[in-house]
Write a protein that binds this ligand. Structure first.
Ligand SMILES: Cc1ncc(COP(=O)(O)O)c(C=O)c1O
Length: 511
């Protein structure tokens, strides 16, 4: 062992020296205690501190003499001053977004990931980690029904995976139709006619990708609501666009839309895409997890026919951020983005059986997120994830039926996954208010008031011009009693807002 036990820097790095062990153990113990004391379970999902109050607190903290403190002391200090004012994803009423409480296995994996600091771009920076990532990718390809000719890569999440799907769709279209390699020659002259078909409620990263790929958002053609996408309307739009001189290159189907969790008929759309020579990308960032549920797996029927799939494990697979995967049916298409550079992944490495994953990624330095999937599957087994999905879906249905029975709430649709979209619409509306306008503003302000007080963090969205509240019931610890408590809070907040309106204390609800 060549560690110099007398090097004072040892205490700051993870080495085999006694100073390092002491410093590491004390620090990790301090972190564990601080997190259980300040984060594990708080009374509310947010402390309720206002932004100006927080700014003062954080400025004072930053300007205090903290560099003189030991690391465990500093960690103790940030517990009540920073960590207590984070959003508590473990709280049963933290239900705004597709933002999950991470499993303990994921927290453990994160410690290993950061301590070992592997970089997945090249074998010589990752060793066994490269093999574990490939093992997980091979398993996932098989789990989603792809053949041995498929492959994938871990990504930062759905946005990056969707971008990769559309990037490869673009490069494939140029190569297949015009024998043109975009990686060498840039965009072909026809690219300004390239366009993408998708649903009206697809994730905004589809538009963002179109922008980044040089098509502009105008090249995205939303056809219908996701659950109403059908081969017939896809074909109609396809031929209309062709007649207008456009060149449709891809169809995106969402397996679990962000707002309502709706699924498109994947199998039918896959067949139709093949017929029209469209790249078929399935954005299963949200709904990909249902593959583990016996009850809901059929929602993904046909996914194995997709050209590419996005799946997020930091959503319905309860992993800490980030943990996304991009799967590709024909692994040869990764060649569109592959580059070999002498310092990192020389071609000669392949001759020696060395695999550098950088050739499949749009990132260079990349985290060992695959370890989280590995540990989770080994620790809990696949069925466990199916149960978590079933439990949260059950709660969504119970919540929906509670809303339907209440006379002052309106449910938008029966939940398809675990999101519940609804609005509070009491009658009568205050005099002088247009009811539709009033409901829109009331719901917006209810959500804001709950967030600002920290009592509950719920979502808010707009569908067909109406403002709705949204509960994303991902947390398997949330129970119907928590939801009933939330509805009480909503009614209470609405009363306060109305009182302010009647007292003309603010112009909050003015038409
Ligand atoms: C359907 C869908 N696709 C893509 C994304 C983007 O995923 P990420 O936030 O992991 O980039 C989301 C995020 O909510 C989503 O709901």
């Amino acid at each position: 062992m060549s560690i110099n036990n007398h090097n004072p820097l040892n205490a700051h790095f993870l080495t085999a020296s006694p100073e390092s062990r002491k410093s590491y153990d004390e620090t990790i113990m301090a972190v564990a205690k601080m997190l259980t004391d300040n984060f594990a379970m708080t009374d509310q999902p947010y402390s309720g501190k206002t932004i100006p109050e927080l700014k003062i607190l954080l400025n004072d903290l930053w300007e205090s003499n903290s560099t003189k403190q030991s690391l465990p002391e500093l960690i103790n200090e940030i517990g009540p001053k920073i960590v207590k004012h984070l959003i508590n994803v473990n709280h049963p009423l933290c239900i705004a977004h597709l933002h999950c409480p991470p499993l303990i296995s994921s927290i453990a994996a994160e410690i290993i990931i950061s301590a070992t600091n592997q970089s997945m771009d090249s074998w010589d920076q990752s060793g066994a980690a490269t093999l574990i990532e490939q093992q997980m990718l091979d398993w996932l390809c098989q789990r989603y029904g792809f053949s041995k000719n498929a492959d994938g890569i871990f990504t930062s999440g759905g946005t990056q995976s969707n971008f990769m799907g559309l990037l490869l769709a673009r490069d494939y279209a140029a190569f297949h139709n015009y024998d043109w390699l975009i990686s060498d020659h840039g965009l072909p002259s026809q690219a300004n006619k390239f366009c993408i078909l998708c649903s009206e409620d697809c994730h905004f990263s589809i538009h963002q990708s179109a922008h980044l790929l040089g098509f502009g958002k105008r090249a995205v053609f939303p056809i219908a609501a996701n659950d109403r996408l059908s081969p017939m309307i896809v074909k109609k739009k396809f031929y209309e666009l062709k007649n207008d001189g456009m060149i449709p290159i891809a169809l995106v189907s969402t397996a679990g839309t962000t707002d309502t969790g709706s699924f498109a008929p994947i199998e039918e759309l896959a067949v139709c895409s093949k017929e029209l020579n469209l790249w078929f990308h399935v954005d299963a960032a949200f709904g990909g997890g249902v593959i583990f549920s016996d009850q809901h797996r059929n929602k993904l029927k046909g996914v194995e026919q997709a050209d590419s799939i996005s799946i997020d494990f930091h959503k319905l697979f309860y992993q800490s951020i980030s943990c996304g995967v991009f799967l590709l049916k024909n692994k040869n298409y990764f060649d569109f983005i592959k580059l070999n550079v002498d310092y990192l992944n020389p071609e000669s490495n392949e001759k020696y059986g060395i695999s550098d994953l950088v050739g499949k990624s749009i990132q260079t330095t990349r985290r060992f997120d695959a370890l989280k999937i590995y540990l989770a599957l080994k620790a809990y087994g696949e069925e466990f994830f199916g149960i978590l999905i079933d439990v949260t879906f059950e709660l969504a249905l119970t919540t929906a039926s509670y809303i339907e029975k209440a006379t002052d709430f309106e449910l938008l649709i029966t939940p398809v996954l675990n999101t519940v979209v609804f609005r509070y619409c009491p009658v009568p509306v205050p005099s002088g208010c247009h009811w539709e306008n009033y409901y829109n503003k009331l719901n917006k302000h209810i959500r804001l008031a709950l967030l600002q007080s920290g009592q509950a963090i719920i979502g808010c969205t707009k569908i067909n011009g109406r403002v709705y509240l949204k509960l994303t019931l991902m947390n398997p610890l949330t129970r119907i009693d928590d939801i009933k408590k939330l509805f009480k809070m909503i009614r209470q907040e609405a009363k306060h807002i109305n009182q302010r309106l009647i007292n003309k204390e603010d112009r909050l609800l003015d038409n």
